[in-house]
Design a protein around this ligand. Sequence first.
Ligand SMILES: *Cc1c(COP(=O)(O)O)cnc(C)c1O
Length: 368
Amino acid sequence: MTEALQFDTFFLPGPTEVPSDVLAAMSRPMMPHRGAEFESLFARIQSGLQFVFRTRRPVYVSSSSATGLMEAAVRCAPPGPVLALVNGAFSARFAAIARACDRDTQVLEVPPGSVHEHSAIDEALAARTFAAMTVVHSETSTGALADIATLARIAHAHETIILVDSVSGVGGALVETDEWDLDFVLTGSQKALALPPGLSFAVASESYVRHARVSSARGVYFDVVEMEEFAKKNQTPSTPAISLLYAADVQLERVRAEGMEVRWARHQGMRDSVIRWTIECQNAGLAVAILAPEDARSPTVSAITLPVRISGDMIANKVAERGFVVGNGYGALKDRTFRIGHMGEHRPEGLARCLDACGWALAECSRV
Ligand SMILES: *Cc1c(COP(=O)(O)O)cnc(C)c1O
């Protein structure tokens, strides 16, 4: 057997580190996916996911990566134009998905790292009728956090529904699906929920599903109406990734035991550690900074801008010499930034050791 790695070494912004008991759960034998045993497994997962999403609605469990449910969100949305808020690589992907699903898609773009002015969104929605607006809650490519509670209110004032990609949000950043009246909110297993990749989860509002029922272009695999009908019976439309559901069963119990408020506070604490570390680096004469503005920083992921001669790859490779994994930049920010994923089951103590390694790597790379 290979020696188990010490936890708190793998700080990629997805997939993130998975606890060993969760990995071990996946070696359980198969069960039939039509039957009472499966239904009780699904019911437990369902209840755990409702706890995480803060909803009384059914939570869909899709055996796909999160991109699949991004497509479902757009495909089953009421007919009409889509306003896509773009501020980084994943929100650009949401816009591209809307276009690929033949939606008349208008992009409202701000530079990567920033978030949209609420007044600009309000104006765009007033100027034209949009059926839906897409937004990424926590832009994993930049570390910027959108205020989706307020965005939902703005969208609804214009009778536009809001489709939220909270892939690196749910489970780490505050999300109140029911209270905020989110029409569709989705996440992936491999980010703040600290599960292996391969599952994604979503909640749709009752009115979203009502509209979807009369749409004829829902397709098959990502048909939200089917997902709704089956989830209500504690089933899935087709064979689910059963081993991953075993993992979710174990991990959702851990999340429930911690409690959402404590979990959100732990993530904010990790974000604040990264901010303090960046200031210490600046005081030591290193030209680094957090990319996202002070009032819009994700609790789960930070993108840090680098001095001109140092690339994201250089830092990631150097940090690896100390046994830690961090992310290089993503998309257009590949060279200019590196990223730390501080989500899932990571703790401030473990993150502190990773930040020490990042500080060392920065100093080493600055020397040459
Ligand atoms: C990771 C991520 C995705 C893509 O998820 P997949 O599981 O790779 O399909 C989409 N949006 C955001 C914000 C992400 O962080």
